[in-house]
Design a protein around this ligand. Structure first.
Ligand code: NAD
Length: 485
């Protein structure tokens, strides 16, 4: 085993997990057994909650301008350890090193945003009648939890840790059992940056510990990022316990391509969007709808896809189960009459035969009723549908239950606006294949891609991680009275 057994991070130090139940952590790159992950029990969670509760009074009373100093130092440490952390992200997740570098760079941007929070939570004050003032202040919630998926082992934890903690909360975070290693490094960096013990705690495990987090009476709010199936479970279970919950789910992102789109730029965007991080991004293009005559662009998409080589500029998918699921989708579409223009099935990488790779796959003449058109595939696959009108393309996009992102490729500003206004998705791209909003704009989809109010990052996260206090004060209204008289 390459690394030591995974441990929880409780009250500022790494602790063994009591449970005997373990899961293997396997690198998708080449099948190496990286570590053994013990699954935490409710008793382990109890230690984490106690540590967070103990830390909360002092941390929440620390002025925010002092709290964010930790994140200035953490940002510097992320920059210093960028390559090492990126190598670990790549090793445990399977994405390429350059994709992992981009992921850590995004962590730095997220942290930079958190350092600006004092400017954003100054609150308001107004003299509402003579001598009477109302003021607002943002108050932290207490002990909060964050449950994260496998596809961004460093970035998604950094969607929640810097903002929630800078705003004065103490957090328990549960990494994906498939990629628990990067988060341990993040915890070490935060400790080195001066984060007090107990403010951040990691509990490792699978669904059992998620259930315990949802049920724990002393955890006040939960953010979840993962599949829609589990987002619904977590949202329902935690809100039934009267917790605040924001649960981000899966996606099926549509790119609408019009005949006047710039061919090369569009093809490059489509290919990069569907294959980046091996298609394991909730912002990945999964369906392309060609409106009218777009054969010339489809040809170019195929050309671009053929330049994407597993093990070189295309990483692995997370495990054998994922590889088989993705390949099953392709085979089923083929059996239903779709045409596989570029076929990524059966991909292998020399010297990494136990790695789990799927090559880029372009499927044309997909119809809206096929599973590859409707469901999240989460692999480097683009399903191309054809329509003769924009409204028909929008109908397909609108009817899909997800709503994370949608994009349009055209040079016609009026058409771009028409589509952007009518697409039923939280994040829209115009000639942008992966329309992730940059800070301070917030990240979050619509429909079955998100349950709960607000978004998870940027300015919107302030409302989720705090409660607003409204104070009314009557000052001495008499003139000429002061404390020295
Ligand atoms: P997942 O839903 O399987 O797992 C997410 C988390 O939930 C993990 O920590 C896991 O341990 C836990 N979990 C799994 N099954 C559970 C259960 N039955 N009960 C309680 N907890 C459970 O997701 P994943 O496979 O790790 O990640 C991929 C999914 O995440 C994709 O659907 C992707 O679209 C989605 N995702 C969405 C966003 C977004 O912003 N909307 C971002 C990243 C990933």
């Amino acid at each position: 085993m390459k690394y030591e057994r995974v441990r929880n991070f409780i009250n500022g130090s790494f602790k063994d997990v009591s449970s005997a139940r373990t899961l293997p952590v396997i690198s998708p790159v080449d099948g190496t057994l990286l570590a053994e992950l013990p699954c935490s029990s409710a008793a382990d969670l109890e230690h984490a909650v106690e540590a967070a509760q103990t830390a909360f009074p002092a941390w929440s009373r620390t002025p925010i301008k002092e709290r964010v100093q930790v994140f200035f130092r953490y940002k510097y440490l992320l920059e210093k350890h960028l390559k090492g952390l990126a190598a670990l992200v790549s090793e445990e997740n399977g994405k390429t090193f350059s994709e992992a570098v981009a992921e850590v760079e995004k962590c730095i941007e997220l942290t930079e945003f958190a350092t600006s929070l004092p400017q954003l939570v100054a609150g308001e004050v107004l003299e509402v009648s003579t001598g009477v003032e109302c003021r607002t202040s943002y108050v932290p919630l207490g002990v909060v939890a964050s449950i994260v998926p496998f596809n961004f082992p460093a970035m998604v934890p950094n969607w929640t840790i810097p903002n929630a903690i800078a705003l004065g909360n103490c957090m328990i975070i549960k990494p994906s059992e498939k990629v628990p290693l990067s988060l341990s490094v993040i915890a070490r960096l935060l400790k080195e940056a001066g984060l007090p013990d107990g403010v951040l705690n990691i509990v490792n495990g699978d669904s059992e510990i998620v259930d315990a987090i949802c049920d724990h009476p002393d955890i006040t709010a939960i953010s979840f990022v993962g599949s829609t199936r589990v987002a619904k479970i977590v949202y329902q279970r935690s809100t039934q316990q009267l917790k605040r919950c924001l649960a981000l789910g899966g996606a099926k992102n549509h790119l609408l391509v019009l005949p006047d789109a710039k061919p090369d730029m569009t093809a490059q965007n489509v290919a990069a969007s569907m294959s980046g991080c091996a298609g394991q991004r909730c912002m990945a293009a999964s369906a392309m709808i060609g409106v009218g005559e777009v054969d010339h662009i489809v040809d170019l998409v195929c050309q671009e896809a053929r330049k994407i080589i597993p093990g070189q500029n295309l990483g692995a998918v997370i495990n054998q189960e994922s590889k088989e699921r993705i390949e099953r989708y392709i085979t089923e579409a083929e059996a239903q009459g779709a045409r596989i223009l570029v076929d990524g099935r059966g991909a292998t990488v020399a010297g990494k035969e136990s790695g789990t790779y799927v090559g880029p796959t372009v499927i044309d003449y997909v119809t809206a009723d096929m599973a590859v058109a409707r469901e999240e595939i989460f692999g480097p696959v683009i399903s191309i549908m054809r329509t003769s009108t924009v409204d028909e393309a929008l109908r397909i996009e609108n009817e899909n239950p997800y709503g994370n992102a949608a994009a349009v490729f055209t040079q016609n500003g009026g058409m771009a606006r028409y589509i952007a206004e009518r697409a039923s998705a939280g994040m829209i791209g115009v000639n942008v294949g992966v329309p992730v909003p940059r800070e301070p704009f917030s990240f979050g989809g619509w429909n079955e891609s998100k349950f709960g109010v607000g978004d998870i990052t940027g300015k919107s996260s302030i409302a989720f991680w705090t409660k607003l206090k409204k104070s009314t004060t009557k000052w001495n209204p008499e003139e000429g009275v002061n404390w020295m008289s």
